[in-house]
Unconditional design. Structure first.
Length: 135
């Protein structure tokens, strides 16, 4: 009798675990997704004494849940990203603005901005590049 009860208990625990796992996989299908129209922007030639330059990277949430941008970081202080602080609803768009300061940085540049979000994938990289013409 004790063996039957243990078997029934084990089967019940396994069944509950399988239900929990299937519930988690269903929720992953509801994740938001950040899809960019472009992930690289080429400034071409810019003047060192021309002041900072900026560009916008537009994205759409093509997932099923609200997209939250957690953070956007650049490799160095010459590049500054800004991002939406409010959630982006499914089907809606947003933008990441990247500002690059060429002062004191003559020559070619290639910078990466890493965006962290609650979507799939959870990290996205966008890039800017160009050449700074000395003053």
């Amino acid at each position: 009798m004790k063996i039957k009860m243990r078997i029934i208990s084990c089967v019940a625990v396994i069944a509950m675990a399988l239900l929990a796992v299937s519930g988690l996989s269903a929720k992953s299908d509801e994740k938001p997704s950040m899809k960019f129209t472009e992930t690289i922007h080429d400034f071409g030639n810019i003047r060192e004494d021309g002041g900072p330059v900026s560009c916008d990277f537009s994205f759409t949430n093509d997932g099923k849940g609200n997209l939250v941008v957690i953070d956007a970081t650049a490799e160095c202080g010459c590049t500054r990203p800004s991002y939406p602080k409010e959630p982006v609803a499914p089907g809606k768009s947003g933008k990441i603005t990247v500002v690059y300061n060429p002062l004191g940085r003559p020559g070619a540049f290639n910078k990466t901005v890493t965006i962290k979000c609650n979507g799939k994938p959870s990290k996205v990289r966008i890039k800017i590049r160009g050449t700074v013409i000395p003053k």
